[in-house]
Design a binder for this molecule. Structure first.
Ligand code: HEC
Length: 208
């Protein structure tokens, strides 16, 4: 009996070693595509969604401490223009840069991609901490908590924009940059144009 059990254990160890070696060889031989423009790996999206859902779970009940009013919505819109539009686009102007990223940043003012169903706490969490292994930066050290709540409020109500909020999103002069065409919807979708369109991004870069 003991020896049978011994063989069983040995078999398990050998099998585990073979699986580990196989995985090692698979990765070492280029089995995992690292190109941004490659197709997603099998189950990549499923696992990523599962992981992010678990990570944000506790933040679902976090209430927005700010009152829902036009002043906070306009402030959020001005911040969105300067810090987020480069990747997430503006109403009627999806970001070209966004199309080149993997995973694609959702166009947060395009009805099918809005996060209006997410509690503000969840969006606050994502803006604060970022999303690992995606282009989504963490803004915890870049924006104050109030600013991040204003953004969460804006995105929760992205389908209910008053004229003042729409104007702040469209305003070429709000958010600092005057000549930018909002979101890389022009000819050049390079990093430079994104930086120009998102002055807030510059504050995240090392200064020279
Ligand atoms: C450099 C590009 C980039 C910038 C700038 C950026 N994001 Fe993102 N963001 C992403 C990407 C990429 C994702 C998708 C991550 C994923 O699918 O896992 C994302 C995801 C999100 C999500 C989750 C959307 C969903 O469907 O759950 C929210 C909310 C969000 N970003 C808000 C913001 C806000 C607010 C800002 C500005 C303060 C911002 N992002 C700036 C790239 C960016």
């Amino acid at each position: 009996m003991t020896s049978r059990f011994g063989w069983f254990v040995l078999g398990c160890v050998v099998m585990a070693a073979a699986i580990a070696a196989g995985a090692w060889l698979f990765v070492a031989n280029g089995g995992v595509a690292m190109e941004t423009n490659a197709a997603p790996l099998p189950f990549e999206k499923t696992f990523a969604k599962m992981a992010i859902r678990a990570a944000v779970a506790d933040s679902r009940k976090l209430p927005d401490p700010l009152p829902y009013n036009e002043q906070n919505m306009v402030a959020g819109a001005t911040l969105f223009r300067s810090h987020c539009a480069g990747c997430h686009g503006l109403p009627g102007k999806p970001s070209r840069m966004g199309k080149a990223e993997f995973p694609n940043p959702p166009q947060l003012f395009t009805p099918s991609e809005m996060v209006t169903d997410d509690p503000e706490g969840v969006t606050f969490w994502k803006v604060t901490n970022g999303i690992r292994l995606s282009g989504m930066p963490s803004f915890g050290d870049v924006l104050t908590a109030d600013q991040r709540w204003q953004l969460a409020m804006l995105l929760r109500h992205a389908d209910k924009l008053t004229p003042a909020v729409s104007a702040a999103l469209a305003n070429e002069n709000s958010g600092g940059s005057s000549s930018a065409s909002a979101n890389g919807s022009g000819k050049c979708s390079c990093m430079d144009s994104m930086m120009k369109n998102s002055p807030g991004m510059k504050s995240m870069m090392p200064s020279h």
